[in-house]
Structures are given as C-alpha cells and as structure tokens.
Design a protein around this ligand. Structure first.
Ligand SMILES: *Cc1c(COP(=O)(O)O)cnc(C)c1O
Length: 387
C-alpha cells in the first residue's frame, strides 16, 4: 500500500494554507499510466486544466505525456513546461482568435473543434498564415456519464461538441475549407466517472459513429476519447492510484480501431488528484447550539470543489491522536457555502492543529481565487521538503 505520508515536522514552519504534492504518488501514477497505455500504443494527453503547477507539469512531461489544453494560457504553459507542440491538442467551445493564432504559430497537433462557425474561423486564420490546421471534430455522443450534472458534458443538452444531426452539414462544408485537414474525431463525456459501463457505452457509440464516416469514405487517423476517469475520494490511502488497467481494457475490448488508427486519451483528474493535499490549520473550535465547528484558515478560495459540486474530500487531523469527534469543518469566508464537510469525524481538534484535505491535486490549486482579498495558496512538493 502506497500511503501519502506527511513530513509534519517540516509543515510546522510553513504558513498555512498551502498545497502539498507527494511526488512519489504522482510518479507511481504516471508509471502505471505509461505502462498500461504502452500495451496498446495508446497516446495520453494530460488535461492541463486539472493542475498546471510547474513542478507537476515537469514530471508529466518527463513521463512522456502530451497536453490537452482548453485555453491559450494552457498552450503557453504546456510549451513552457517543455511539452512539444506535436503532442498538444486544443479543445474548448469558445476559442478566441488570439488563442487560435497562438496554436497555429506553434503548429500544434490538433484542434478539437466544437462548432461549424469555429471551423470557419480556424480555416480563415490558418489561411492568413498560409498554414493548414489539423482538426478533429468534437462530437457530442449523447452518452450519460452518470456523474454530477455540472460535470456531465456528453449529452445533447450540453453546450459541448457537434451534434450527430449536424454532421452532414460539416462533411459537406469541409472540402471548401482549404486550410483545414480533418484527422479525427473527439469525445469527452464528463468527469469523475467511476462506472466503467459509461466508457463502454461511449465505445459502442464511437463504433457507430465510425460507421458513419466509413460509409462516406472518410478516413480518420485519430480517435480521441477524452478523459473523465474518476478517483477514490473516500479511500485515498487504499486507492492512491486509479485502476488504469481496467480503464484502458474497456477501450481495448470494446472500441473497434482500424489498423492504421491511433487512440488518444485526455486524462486530468486521475493523473493528479491523489498526489495533492490542501494543508490548513484549525483557527478555532467553536461550540454551536447543536454541533461544533472546526474553523480552518483555508476556505473555498483555496479548494472550491465542496462548494461548487458538493464534492467530498477526506479530512484528517495530522496533529491529534485523541478520540474522534464530529465537526462541521468550515472556512473563514463570508458565505455559508464555505463548508468543507458536515458531521465529519476528526481526531479531537485544537487551535493550531494541522489538517489535511485529501485528494486535492486536481481542480484544487488551479481553481483558487482571491475572493475576500485572500492570498493565493502556495505549494510545496515532497521533493522540496525532503531537501
Ligand atoms: C476537462 C477535460 C478533460 C479531463 O477531464 P478529467 O475528468 O479531469 O479526466 C479531458 N478533455 C476535455 C476536452 C476536457 O474538457
């Protein structure tokens, strides 16, 4: 069992709140991904939006992953981290002209295009540079990911992707777009998906959609099935590394690839969630009328997932072995929604205790804000603190 262990003696001198990244957990995770993906020559692009901390990106680049970007800022961060542009894909429903131009200037591998007007704009901008952009059509497969409605993206009602009934129009338009080459199709059905049958349903849909292209004699070199693999937020100590073997196996078994086709993935959360913790201190233990509160110096400005998606994070008291008690664990921000957990079991808490909010490596630090004019949280890696 690979357990995230904390150098609490080192933590004592660091102002809280801060993010702590266990690089052993990250490296083990990356090793597992590359081992499992290599079995079938699958290509993995890391979804930058989960965490763009430079220390993390460096490790991901060294493992050989590409980058899945959703903004010009992310394209720049990927390039700054040394990820080569032939491994960069660019998705997003609202790509601005400057972002498309930046991507064109770097000759990125592929634009994942989400609408007809976007295709026309990319064609136009590429024409001005006398370039040809490689594109994949992001198709909305209308597959339910059975996850929180805020992070479901593959249903017809969502804003993402091109619907199946629009495909004829797109195919008819393509020959007139001289500065665009269609190289593939792209999907992404949602996030924190733990039920493998959702990915199986996606495979079945992709097979059907492939038939559509075959019947029109359109050769697609690349199939990109997006990301979305979930992590175990309840038991980060027992399941620090997601089951990538089972995940890739679903696609190996159910997706029909042509011999010349390459399969691409865009994993975000599953790569980085378990290596990160938000470390905070207890400011006050307050006795309420019916319950007690552990008031932390971290709030939703540091980790917004509980507030935004009612997400669960395991919370541990790193400073106390005393008997467990129930607490509502809350932050200092002037909003009632600034609550990390209700009726949470913690070893008896005191002012100054160090608290770890687990599995916070994905959609944690990167979503931090300065609301209430708070400072952005700093971050430390296990490598730095061991020195
Ligand atoms: C967010 C996103 C991902 C990554 O999702 P995870 O659930 O973090 O794996 C992949 N592809 C696209 C297009 C995305 O928007």
């Amino acid at each position: 069992m690979l357990k995230a262990s904390y150098p609490t003696d080192k933590f004592r001198n660091i102002p809280t709140p801060f993010y702590y990244y266990d690089m052993d957990v990250l490296r083990t995770t990356l090793h597992e991904i590359t081992q499992q993906a290599a079995k079938s020559d699958f290509h993995v692009h890391y979804a930058m939006k989960a965490n763009a901390n430079p220390s993390i990106l460096k490790e991901i680049r060294m493992a050989g992953l590409g980058a899945d970007c959703v903004s010009g800022g992310e394209i720049q961060a990927a390039i700054d981290a040394g990820i080569t542009s032939d491994k960069i894909v660019f998705a997003g429903v609202g790509k601005a002209d400057w972002e498309i131009n930046l991507a064109l200037d770097h000759n990125i591998f592929c634009f994942n295009v989400e609408s007809v007007p976007e295709l026309e704009v990319i064609n136009n901008l590429a024409g001005r540079k006398n370039k040809t952009a490689q594109v994949a059509l992001r198709i909305n497969p209308n597959v339910n990911a059975h996850t929180h409605h805020y992070i479901t993206t593959g249903l017809n009602e969502n804003k993402f992707g091109i619907n199946m009934n629009e495909l004829d129009t797109v195919i008819e338009l393509l020959p007139s777009l001289e500065h665009i080459t269609l190289i593939g199709i792209h999907f992404h059905i949602g996030s924190q998906i733990t039920d493998m049958t959702s990915f199986q349903s996606l495979c079945v849909r992709v097979n059907e959609i492939q038939e559509y292209f075959f019947s029109r004699h359109i050769m697609l070199k690349h199939i990109n099935v997006g990301g979305g693999l979930g992590v175990n937020y309840e038991h980060p100590n027992h399941f620090p590394v997601p089951d990538f073997e089972a995940y890739f196996k679903v696609f190996r078994q159910h997706l029909h690839l042509q011999p010349q086709q390459t399969l691409h993935f865009e994993l975000g959360r599953s790569v980085v969630a378990q290596c990160g913790s938000l470390i905070a201190r207890v400011l006050y233990v307050k006795q309420g009328a019916t319950k007690q509160f552990a008031i932390l110096d971290a709030g939703f400005t540091d980790l917004i997932r509980p507030t935004l998606y009612q997400a669960y994070h395991r919370i541990e008291n790193l400073s106390s072995d005393e008997e467990e008690e129930l607490y509502d664990v809350v932050g200092p921000i002037c909003e009632s929604s600034d609550t990390f957990a209700k009726a949470c079991t913690l070893n008896k808490a005191h002012r100054g205790d160090l608290i770890a909010l687990r599995s916070a490596g994905a959609y944690g630090e990167i979503m931090a804000s300065q609301y209430n004019l708070r400072k952005l949280p700093k971050s430390y890696t296990s490598d730095e603190l061991q020195r």
